[in-house]
Design a protein around this ligand. Structure first.
Ligand code: NAP
Length: 285
């Protein structure tokens, strides 16, 4: 079967360009969109993510403010900074790079961010808004999955959608978004029985398991669209996903590669959330 490779790099490029145009329009109205990026410590992986986010801001004409705090920062100090950023009317979005050092309670920090500035979409109020169909920020990776499907011409309404993984940042919001798009959604996890039987029903299969090349051809229905959220580096330093691309792709109608699939979408959707913050901050009650 010939399959479509869903080009996350190209689609994320389109989204960032749309963001750049909107940011410019806002600037002409005297509105400068500003993202505060907070990093505690200097974990190398976090530093790469932070650098990429700031670079995307530059590309899109979004101002980024950098707060680089030492590894020994206390929870109270971080919460004080967040209060200050919440109160600062020139700041539209607040992003705290995770993970945080162990002396800081991540949940407390996420909950301290004003929901109107929660561009990562991790606040329980944002998650609740998604669940109940209210206005709010949607976390970036799951929002990126929906954009990949829509912009590749893959219809979601009425389709059997199976999400493997139920994390708060990927699996659960991805399932809720597919439901919002009128998919018929099943969520699987480590305690699911007969996983293959369920995944083989999927027209759209989303793999967010965290296990390299876990999904092989026998998990996939002929003609399915497969979205691979996983990111792993193998022993040779090469990136791969949760899906065994080489065996699965020939069975699919469409599939995301790793790298170049879901990965680039996360930052693009962060930019999109920063743009949306101007209207959302007025609409969220
Ligand atoms: P996570 O919190 O570890 O969640 C993994 C989920 O997979 C859990 O719900 C777990 O079930 C389920 N699972 C584990 N083993 C399973 C099995 N054998 N059968 C069925 N389900 C199983 O991971 P995550 O944060 O959601 O991330 C998932 C993957 O996406 C990771 O590779 C991560 O690096 C990647 N990721 C990529 C991006 C991106 O930008 N592309 C962003 C975020 C994450 P239980 O709940 O029962 O434990």
């Amino acid at each position: 079967m010939s399959y479509q490779i869903i080009d996350g790099k190209a689609i994320s490029g389109q989204i960032k360009e749309e963001c750049r145009i909107k940011a410019e329009q806002y600037r002409e109205q005297g509105i400068e969109i500003t993202l505060a990026v907070v990093q505690v410590g200097s974990d190398p992986a976090s530093s790469v993510y932070v650098r990429n986010k700031k670079r995307a801001c530059e590309e899109c004409g979004i101002k980024s403010l950098s707060f680089e705090l030492p590894i020994e920062t206390t929870e109270k100090e971080l919460l004080t900074l967040i209060e200050k950023l919440n109160a600062d009317t020139s700041v539209n979005g607040i992003l705290v790079q995770l993970p945080l050092p162990e002396q800081i309670d991540e949940d407390k920090v996420i909950q301290a961010i004003d929901m109107k500035k929660d561009v990562d979409g991790f606040h329980p109020m944002s998650a609740g808004a998604l669940c109940t169909g209210q206005k709010g920020f949607v976390s970036c990776t799951p929002a990126g999955i929906i954009e990949l499907l829509k912009r590749s011409g893959i219809e979601i309404a009425g389709k059997e959608c199976v999400v493997i993984g139920r994390s708060n940042i990927v699996g659960k919001p991805a399932a809720l978004l597919l439901l919002r798009e009128n998919g018929t959604v099943t969520v699987c996890h480590s305690r699911t029985k007969n996983l293959k039987e369920i995944t083989r029903r999927a027209d759209i299969l989303v793999a967010a398991i965290g296990k390299p090349k876990f999904i092989t051809a026998d998990y996939v229905k002929e003609g399915a669209a497969v979205i691979d959220v996983g990111i792993h580096r193998n022993e040779n330093g090469k990136l791969c996903g949760d899906v065994d691309f080489d065996s699965v792709a020939p069975k699919c109608s469409a599939i995301t590669p790793v790298p170049g699939g879901v990965g680039p979408m996360t930052i693009a959707m962060l930019m999109s959330n920063c743009i949306a913050s101007v209207d959302l901050s007025r609409e969220i009650c």
